[in-house]
Write a protein of this length. Structure first.
Length: 364
């Protein structure tokens, strides 16, 4: 069947607790501005409801993965993550996404970029946004991706096949400001980056408990002002420059755990409050909890104390996310991540051709 110039092959997938449109890079324009314009029209942005596109009217369901064979000998595929802003005509490549990452390995097998194993397949992924790497391993009995299984993740109903993701240590500093604590806008924070630049803030420092539901927190306009000011000031301190149009750094409010985990979190991404927590966001929180003297001191019940080994359970609004995380250093030099791993699930929802809204009639 011949296709029109703007009819694009697309796989719609749930990756962890997010949902996104997955594309082969060769099916999108090579020019980033042209590509982003097309993606806005595919996802239905800008529009609060994204009614005319694939997007789900929330940052967690307005995501895109662009995947191609990798020329890097350390990787099988390159994964570029793009956040399509719901209500503004913006597409950002300034953050990575560890939830959408969960679908990248299965997508690579579905599209023939990686030869599947008979039982399981491991796909080595270069995450283009950050230059970091990940390896995803998932079941492929008989050479086909099997999405069914008994792994359960908070925030997704039912069970599915486990996608085990391992992150080798990043070359970037874990504490991007060089400090264990910084005072920003009068508040003591810890800025950490274990895959996602994140500002850790004790919830009570911003006059909330940290146990509120995300909607109530989003409606707190005084809180929104404080978070915006802290974020804008944290960006340059973390080496990210002007972050006024970026979706990083994220801001995570911390409170003492209530359900057997290491800490309770409410994460702003960066305006909407996450209904759970991002994977790399959780990896950054887990690392931050282990840094001696961080603002998490006194709020966390850490591993070892509850026999979890290096598994750190991060509580969030809809349950918990377990991260395997351990650090090196700390006493002799700056701390760095030794190992980070997580179990996610993913599911192929729809494979087909997406028809973008026409450039003539789109509101951009
Ligand atoms: O931190 C949301 C998500 C994410 C990102 C966000 C993510 C991560 O839950 O790795 O997964 O922080 O914008 O999909």
């Amino acid at each position: 069947m011949s296709r029109g110039p703007e009819e694009v092959p697309c796989l719609l997938m749930r990756g962890g607790t997010s949902k996104g449109a997955y594309f082969l890079a060769e099916d999108l324009p090579a020019d980033p501005a042209e590509r982003d314009g097309l993606l806005l029209r595919i996802m239905g942005s800008p529009d609060d409801r994204q009614i005319d596109g694939l997007g789900g009217a929330h940052p967690l369901t307005s995501k895109v993965a662009v995947i191609s064979p990798s020329s890097d000998p350390k990787a099988d595929v390159d994964y570029l993550f793009l956040q399509v802003v719901v209500d503004r005509p913006e597409v950002s490549d300034r953050q990575n996404c560890g939830n959408i990452l969960a679908g990248v390995g299965p997508f690579a097998v579905e599209r023939g970029l990686v030869e599947p194993g008979d039982e399981r397949t491991s796909v080595r992924i270069r995450m283009v946004n950050t230059g970091d790497y990940a390896t995803a391993t998932f079941p492929t009995p008989g050479g086909r991706v099997d999405y069914t299984g008994d792994a359960e993740i908070s925030g997704v109903p039912g069970t599915a096949a486990a996608v085990v993701i391992e992150f080798p240590p990043s070359a970037k500093p874990l504490l991007p400001t060089g400090n264990v604590r910084d005072v920003i806008d009068g508040v003591e924070v810890t800025c950490v980056d274990n895959g996602m630049p994140t500002v850790l803030i004790p919830a009570t420092a911003l006059n909330v408990t940290g146990y509120e539901n995300p909607r109530d927190l989003e409606e707190d306009l005084a809180l929104a002002d404080r978070l915006r000011d802290i974020r804008l000031a944290a960006g340059p301190l973390m080496g990210l420059g002007d972050v006024s149009a970026a979706t990083v750094p994220k801001l995570t409010l911390l409170a003492a755990p209530r359900d057997g985990g290491a800490v309770t979190t409410r994460t702003f991404i960066p305006v909407r409050c996450h209904t759970s927590i991002g994977v790399l966001g959780a990896a950054s929180v887990a690392a931050g909890l282990q840094v001696e003297g961080s603002v998490a001191d006194g709020l966390t019940r850490l591993i070892g104390e509850n026999g979890q080994g290096d598994r750190i359970r991060i509580e969030h609004p809809t349950g918990f996310l377990d991260i395997e995380s351990s650090l090196d250093g700390g006493t002799s030099g700056p701390p760095s991540a030794r190992r980070t791993a997580v179990v996610r699930t993913a599911r192929k929802i729809f494979d087909g051709i997406v028809f973008p809204r026409s450039a003539e009639t789109a509101p951009i």
